[in-house]
Design a binder for this molecule. Sequence first.
Ligand SMILES: Nc1ncnc2c1ncn2[C@@H]1O[C@H](COP(=O)(O)OP(=O)(O)OP(=O)(O)O)[C@@H](O)[C@H]1O
Ligand SMILES: [Mg+2]
Length: 215
Amino acid sequence: MLTVKDVYKSFGDVHVLKGVNLHIEAGYVYTLKGNSGSGKTTLFNIISGFLPPTKGFVEFKKRKITKFAPYQINQLGMGRTFQDLRLVMQMTVYGSVLLALKKKLFAYPTKEQIRRVDDILGKVSLLDNKNVLASKLSYGQQKLLAIACCIVNDADLLLFDEPITSVDKDTALKITNLVKQLKQEGKTILQIEHNSNYVNATSDKIFRLEKGIVI
Ligand SMILES: Nc1ncnc2c1ncn2[C@@H]1O[C@H](COP(=O)(O)OP(=O)(O)OP(=O)(O)O)[C@@H](O)[C@H]1O
Ligand SMILES: [Mg+2]
């Protein structure tokens, strides 16, 4: 489903990725581990089109996507969350997920779209907070909202950047169960996470990014 081939990335004199190779098959949960600053988020940014590689390429569903814009990669069926959330804090929970679904601010939602948003909010346990501003949620709930925005488009490959880092126990359990459920539904997940209990409970395969390569 996804192949990263000989990817290099440098920021000036800082050589972060030095020939990363990765292969992801559909239907499994993969976890990328690695020390802080090893380049995990940089690799996610390259895979999802937010950064160009210095060298190498990324293939998704048999298409080279290295020069595609993030929205084009999203249309092909790849969703992602951000380590730093990137929610619109002054939007409601409902508005945030609806916008992620229809991508246009001023278009009226269809009945199907409204139903879809409710379904997803139920799935991430945020239905009761539907009309709450993102800024008023707990950090754990904000993580759940970011995941809701990522999955609402029914993408088949989901990249989660540290989904449970710094969240409370209850939310961590919810996210663990959600990842298992998404796998049951046939989704493919590539996640970055450190927590061993979580990683062991959810992952089929674990990669490690070290010294610029994936081992
Ligand atoms: N856009 C950028 N411009 C310059 N340097 C960058 C940029 N993005 C990342 N870096 C640098 O690349 C290195 C890897 O950063 P990255 O965020 O990918 O690490 P990480 O493995 O995700 O770390 P963490 O576990 O702390 O999230 C760091 O030295 C960082 O400062
Ligand atoms: Mg990171």
